[in-house]
Design a protein around this ligand. Structure first.
Ligand SMILES: N=CN[C@@H](CCC(=O)O)C(=O)O
Ligand SMILES: [Zn+2]
Length: 457
């Protein structure tokens, strides 16, 4: 039975033991003990790591973490933690991490989480020779998902998207960014963003919202795209900002979609309204997207398969995070972005799934790390940095997540491997054993807990 969508704030948590951000009154401290390797990445909260520093994982052997009220209080060698905790150890729930790898909870800084439907038919078309852009220009691609998402009610979109969020957390992900962009009208863009907000409230995983009204030019505006750009600027951005329903503003800057000039207008308009710029840049063809990101001081430029040398250099100078999406290149059967070159050039690099129904229908950030090594020449240490602290900086959350340090949110992932290199070496397998979000165990023995599986609806 489909239950009606309830707007935020009402009864939504009746079936949950706690609201997001609230700690149950009887909550015990949590002690994770004796990890073979505890990857802390400490000291990286102020700025993303670059160049050689991307390999500085700050590993503690025989590491333990003491958590109270959802916050990391101590992260050190087991002996040192036990000494400081003293008799209080008896109060704690203890998780034995002997032989395991403990990392910061993984962060996915680029997803199109909220949508309805799927596009496996297009996958088959591409396998038979059609290209991604041909399908889109013929009315499929982003347009097909827009039409499915416009037709779907909030409840359906919520349920489909929540399932994906459950899969994300079982893959070790504790925070995701989520873009709109399958609405393409004010009404339907707001619908997507409201569902994202509701998912954030309802689900243990944090969902950080990005407005992406400029994801495609709707068919009705095919011959007058500037009119649509005006609509995004004059109608959508001010209302999205007024409702405080997104933090970032993104645009698909690509030949046949939005030009660099249109993208600049949209991103500058967003900034005037407090929405921080992000950009889908140089994905299919080089078009100066990386240069534009640097010029605007964007928080991140994403994709970058075709970024120019000059663009990479300028991004390094401005500290724009490159969010690389190796799954998209893999799924579109294209050459990956040159992650190695970007790291060596001093660009702070992050990794993401780009989870979406067309170019990357996956939720596996661990697989993206594998591809980061195998297809982009990054090292196991670099891909871990790229999926934790640098990913956190790509969504302006470096101060609260992405490393294991006292004072940060207790978001951690425990992998059933003994060291960080093994996580990449044993590629394509599921190694997540336990996930802790805000100090609560949300995945145990690889299985999601009731807080994850029991939707409030
Ligand atoms: N390139 C633009 N947007 C998405 C794909 C969206 C879709 O195909 O539905 C991306 O980041 O790959
Ligand atoms: Zn995208």
């Amino acid at each position: 039975m489909i239950r009606p969508f309830k707007p935020p704030g009402r009864k939504a948590y009746a079936s949950r033991c706690y609201r997001k951000g609230e700690i149950p009154l009887n909550s015990k401290p949590l002690l994770i003990r004796q990890a073979r390797q505890l990857v802390t990445l400490k000291g990286s909260s102020d700025a993303p790591l670059r160049g050689k520093d991307m390999e500085a994982l700050q590993i503690v052997e025989d590491g333990s973490v003491w958590i109270e009220e959802g916050i990391i209080r101590l992260a050190d060698q087991d002996e040192a933690v036990l000494r400081q905790v003293g008799d209080r150890v008896r109060e704690a729930e203890v998780i034995d991490a002997t032989g395991c790898l403990v990392t910061p909870g993984l962060v996915d800084p680029h997803t199109h989480l909220v949508f309805a439907g799927s596009r496996e038919n297009e996958f088959e078309m591409r396998l038979k020779g059609s290209t991604y852009m041909e399908i889109m220009n013929a009315g499929g691609g982003i347009h097909a998902t827009t039409s499915a998402t416009q037709k779907a009610d909030r409840d359906q979109i919520f349920r489909e998207s929540r399932k994906r969020l459950n899969q994300f957390v079982t893959h070790g992900v504790t925070t995701v960014e989520a873009k709109s962009g399958y609405g393409l009208t004010l009404e339907h863009e707001l619908k997507q963003l409201e569902v994202a907000k509701e998912l954030d409230r309802d689900h243990p995983v944090d969902v950080i919202s990005t407005f992406m009204g400029a994801h495609a030019v709707p068919a009705a505006y095919k011959d007058r795209p500037d009119d649509f750009v005006d609509q995004v600027i004059e109608e959508m951005i001010p209302e999205v900002a007024r409702r405080k329903i997104a933090e970032f503003n993104d645009v698909f800057c690509e030949r046949g979609v939005f030009t660099p000039e249109q993208s600049r207008r949209i991103l500058e308009a967003g900034r005037k309204h407090g929405l921080l710029p992000k950009i889908h840049a140089d994905e299919i063809e080089p078009c100066g997207g990386a240069e534009l990101a640097a010029e605007l001081g964007a928080v991140s430029a994403d994709h970058l398969l075709q970024a120019s040398e000059e663009g990479i250099q300028r991004m390094a100078e401005k500290g724009v995070v490159a969010v690389l999406l190796p799954g998209t290149a893999f799924f579109l059967m294209a050459e990956s972005a040159d992650g190695r070159k970007m790291v060596d050039a001093g660009v702070p690099v992050a990794l993401s799934t780009d989870c979406n129904p067309g170019s990357s229908p996956t939720v596996s950030l661990p697989l993206m790390m594998n591809l980061g090594c195998l297809k982009m020449g990054m090292t196991p240490a670099e891909v871990l940095t790229a999926s934790t602290i640098n990913a956190a900086h790509a969504i302006r959350r470096g101060h609260e997540i992405g490393s294991v340090e006292p004072g940060k949110k207790a978001d951690l992932t425990i992998f059933d491997v003994s060291n960080y290199m093994s996580l990449q070496y044993r590629y394509g397998s599921h190694h997540v054993n336990t996930v802790i979000k805000n100090g609560q165990v949300v995945v145990r023995n690889g299985e999601p807990s009731p807080a994850v599986t029991s939707a409030s609806y």
